[in-house]
Write a protein that binds this ligand. Structure first.
Ligand code: GDG
Length: 512
């Protein structure tokens, strides 16, 4: 076995390794998990997320065709929803589409008859102010540390509160006494409080998919006290990393010191006599799904075509949703520097960068796109030759087969966010690649807590660390590549999204 070592000693501090059992150990006084039961919270699973897990496609007659969305969270939650029975509440994602348009979405799924999708209707104005406004122009930039991009408008906050209240009304109408309510992400932070104000004493758990910011950032926006207080109405609040949980506890301690009685004996807060637990639950992917589907015949044929196109060059891959948090310009700067520093890389490496269209009505996203495209052009003009284009840029989305084929074909994946709750692309690359791909990973992705030892860790703001990692991936010996990939695969295989869901729900059922 080749000794795997992190080759870059940089000025940044790598995150503490994420230990999945940390939550278990810390709360061991609660005793063992009692198993599925009909105690409070042991009944159906009721999920609330901004978007319902459906894809709506317009039909020629002006109506909609609905089908279940794919994706790790849906595939992990579906078996549990269909077994326990449940409801998933959310917005359809299409202004004008409501409950009627959801008919048929569950028909094709096993156990679909035991579950229900419940639409929360949003007006166009609410889509603009609650979703595009407070969620995506205030909470998203602020929680990722981009406070200079926050654009709070007074009506955003009002709309956010109103829509959270609407979700609460929608849920209240369908609940049974023993339901476990699981709220997802930053769009619905106030939902727990809204439900408690309606007299509900249900077990309610919450998971934040994005980072939680330090209080000095949080304080810059209207409603910051209400947001922290909102989370205190859940029984369990889950975060991706140790750092996010610490930021939350620190903010709650400073804003609500009375919720931290010294006699409670654990660092978590208490509200209205109810103990709130916080935990670290790094989200993952369906490892077997990615790894198995990556062997399909369509994927293999596409992979061969991609390899042929690369003509023996080292293929670097970037897959990012269009977002200023994803560090795409920094990735390009790193490649530019690598080409400048190591002439042997010229003509020998190619970066295929997919940017998936996202939130393109928000000005900061249009600016981000323009900056990326300028950098790609400049880099290609500076280094490109008659038969070599260093960056192949695509602004589109790929089918799952295309995505898997690229994961398989890529000699290295460049995942360089400036801040990211987790980053599933890194985990998917590891699951699908199977060969000897190298993962170049930002120390600021939540994933670094799990893959920090097997990946080449970089600080995307330090171009020389990105450049050095690109070169390292280009020259790395096959044995080292294989050893690193095996180590990464073992981690993700044993910590997949199914384990994540089980772990989270067990914690949710065990509390109180
Ligand atoms: C948020 C947090 C956290 C992308 N392009 C295509 C495509 N994708 C899929 C990827 C992956 C997903 O989209 C992106 O997930 P990420 O985790 O990378 O990023 P966010 O969208 O920002 O997600 C993040 C996550 O929530 C979960 O908690 O990890 O930190 O920001 O699954 O595969 N899929 C297909 N075609 C594409 O073109 N089929």
């Amino acid at each position: 076995m080749v000794q795997v070592q992190v080759p870059f000693r940089s000025r940044y501090t790598p995150p503490p390794p994420t230990r999945w059992d940390a939550w278990e150990r810390r709360h061991s006084p609660l005793g063992p998990y009692p198993g599925p039961n009909r105690r409070k919270g042991g009944g159906r699973l009721v999920l609330a997320s901004n978007r319902l897990p459906v894809t709506l496609t317009p039909k020629p007659d002006g109506r909609w065709q609905s089908s279940p969305a794919s994706g790790g969270l849906v595939s992990a939650l579906w078996p549990i929803l269909s077994r326990r029975g449940g409801v998933w509440t959310g917005w359809t994602g299409a202004p004008g589409a409501g409950q009627a348009e959801l008919d048929g979405a569950l028909e094709s799924l096993p156990g679909g008859d035991r579950c229900r999708l419940q639409a929360v209707a949003l007006t166009e104005e609410e889509v603009e102010s609650y979703y595009g406004g407070f969620s995506n122009q205030v909470l998203w930039p602020l929680f990722h540390g981009f406070s200079h991009l926050c654009r709070p408008a007074p009506h955003f906050w009002e709309s956010y509160r109103r829509v959270n209240a609407r979700f609460a009304d929608s849920l209240t109408a369908c609940l049974r006494w023993d339901d476990l309510i699981w709220v997802q992400d930053y769009h619905l932070i106030l939902l727990g409080k809204e439900l408690r104000e309606r007299g509900l004493d249900h077990r309610m758990v919450y998971f934040l998919h994005i980072p939680f910011p330090p209080l000095e950032l949080l304080e810059r926006i209207p409603g910051h006290r209400e947001l922290v207080e909102g989370l205190l109405h859940f029984d369990l609040v889950g975060f991706q990393t140790i750092r996010d949980r610490e930021h939350f506890l620190d903010a709650a301690r400073q804003l609500f010191p009375e919720s931290f009685p010294p006699e409670s004996g654990i660092p978590d807060p208490v509200l209205d006599g109810r103990q709130i637990l916080t935990g670290i639950f790094p989200i993952s992917i369906d490892f077997q799904g990615y790894s198995g589907d990556a062997h399909g015949s369509v994927v293999l044929a596409l992979e061969q075509a991609i390899r042929n196109q690369a003509r023996g060059r080292t293929l670097l891959l970037g897959v990012d949703r269009l977002d200023y948090t994803k560090g795409i310009p920094e990735k390009l700067k790193g490649l530019d520097l690598a080409l400048e520093r190591w002439p042997e890389l010229r003509g020998s490496v190619v970066l295929k960068q997919l940017v998936v269209p996202s939130r393109d009505t928000v000005p900061a996203y249009r600016d981000a796109k323009a900056e990326i495209e300028e950098r790609v052009d400049a880099l290609n003009r500076r280094w490109g030759t008659a038969d070599w284009v260093p960056v192949e840029y695509r602004y589109e989305s790929w089918t799952r087969a295309e995505l898997l084929a690229h994961y398989r074909a890529a000699d290295a994946a460049l995942v360089t966010p400036l801040n990211d709750g987790m980053n599933l692309v890194a985990k998917e690359y590891v699951a699908a690649n199977a060969g000897s791909g190298v993962l170049i990973l930002s120390v600021f992705a939540g994933t670094a807590g799990e893959l920090g030892e097997s990946a080449l860790l970089v600080n995307p703001s330090e171009s020389d660390s990105v450049a050095a990692a690109i070169r390292q991936a280009h020259v790395m010996a096959p044995e080292e590549r294989r050893a690193r990939m095996d180590q990464a695969r073992n981690q993700i295989r044993s910590h997949d999204v199914h384990r994540w869901v089980k772990h989270f729900l067990e914690a949710g059922i065990r509390i109180r």
